[in-house]
Ligand binder design. Structure first.
Ligand code: NDP
Length: 328
């Protein structure tokens, strides 16, 4: 089987190599999957980097935190040969071999059967990024967000999480405000459904005043850092922020005032260890609420050979939308 393998050199740095490896090298697991597609997320960029972003612990290693495909063999009664499955998270591609290969072997508990309405290719156009956008939306909805409450802010909007979040929210009738550092991508964001474009520099700044004009009914934040600190003061009364990422930095500084005087809530989203029932719920919602035509508009297709370059690009914030990797 062909795979992208990260091999550690004598200098301690890992380099990618595409090669044929024996299936016998696959890790232990209950289900063997013929991988059809994988994808590229920010974390994949880290796993493809020379030091593995601190995520990869042992080499040789096959990255790819997501994959979709067809079950080839299963020791678990929940799965049979021919079942279409998707995997995201559970540290696959980080500490367990992942989807950048023609086959993968994993624990049955980590898999989800794909809804009929989602093809294996579409599943990877969604990937961890899109799945997480749905989890974030559900967190906001569970806290009471509805389209009549006002505009919803999406940060890092041209990225993977952001693009899917914009398309989902717009399709459900929300007014979407997209924060981007790439204002030349305004036509792309408007085509996905954003009606307000917020230039990154307008909001990516330290907190000026504890409270600014109460503007956003909800927020899906893929950026963190200064932007998160600042946008908290712009949230409307009783609104919520679903915090997903740290593309702009891990540390943030803000004040307690938005929480105390406006009842703002801040939810952390962890897609990696999300329990099975919540995964099924999110994939079923993606099947009904994500417009597949818009999903296709945000996709570029790649092969295993393209991944080293794409991995470096996503770490620099230079990848637009979603990448589907055809591993065959
Ligand atoms: P992408 O790189 O595709 O998107 C991130 C976007 O953030 C970029 O496209 C860019 O959008 C913006 N951005 C990049 N750098 C900066 C910066 N320095 N300051 C402000 N904005 C910036 O990544 P993903 O969408 O795949 O992931 C986004 C984040 O979410 C990552 O931090 C990732 O690790 C995290 N994540 C977390 C998950 C979880 O379970 N919690 C799951 C999936 C992802 P623009 O150019 O439009 O401004």
């Amino acid at each position: 089987m062909r795979a992208l393998v990260m091999e550690q050199g004598t200098d301690g740095l890992a380099k990618p190599e595409i090669k044929d490896i024996d299936e016998g090298h696959l890790p232990e697991g209950d289900v063997t999957v013929r991988v059809e597609f994988s994808t590229l997320n920010y974390k994949d960029g880290l796993c493809l980097s020379p030091k593995g972003g601190g995520l990869v612990k042992t080499y040789p290693h096959v990255p790819g935190i997501d994959f979709s495909g067809v079950v080839e063999a299963s020791d678990d009664p929940r799965y049979a040969p021919g079942d279409r499955v998707v995997l995201t998270g559970w540290r696959v591609g980080e500490i367990h071999w992942g989807g950048y290969a023609q086959k993968a072997r994993v624990k049955a508990d980590w898999l989800v059967k794909l809804p009929d309405a989602i093809s294996t290719r579409q599943a990877m156009a969604v990937g961890t990024a899109g799945f997480t956008a749905m989890l974030a939306l559900q967190a906001l909805e569970d806290a009471g967000l509805t389209p009549d409450k006002g505009p919803v802010l999406v940060t890092g909007a041209t990225g993977g999480v952001g693009s899917v979040a914009v398309a989902l929210l717009a399709n459900l009738g929300y007014e979407v405000a997209a924060v981007t550092g790439r204002v030349e991508q305004e036509p792309y964001l408007r085509a996905l459904g954003a009606s307000i474009i917020v230039p990154r520099e307008d909001i990516n700044q330290p907190v000026a005043r504890p409270l600014e004009k109460a503007t956003w009914a909800g927020c899906i934040d893929a950026v963190g850092g200064d932007m998160l600190g600042r946008l908290l003061g712009q949230m409307d009364v009783n609104s919520s922020v679903a915090l997903v990422g740290l593309a702009g930095g891990a540390a943030f500084s803000s004040t307690v005032v938005p929480f105390l005087l406006r009842g703002v809530k801040l939810f952390g989203i962890d897609s990696v260890t999300m329990p099975y029932e919540a995964r099924v719920r999110a994939w079923n919602r993606l099947a009904t609420d994500l417009p597949m035509g818009k999903l296709e508009d945000m996709v570029q297709t790649a092969t295993l050979n393209d991944l080293p370059e794409l991995g470096a690009a996503i770490l620099k914030g230079q990848v637009k939308g979603r990448v589907v990797v055809d591993v065959n």
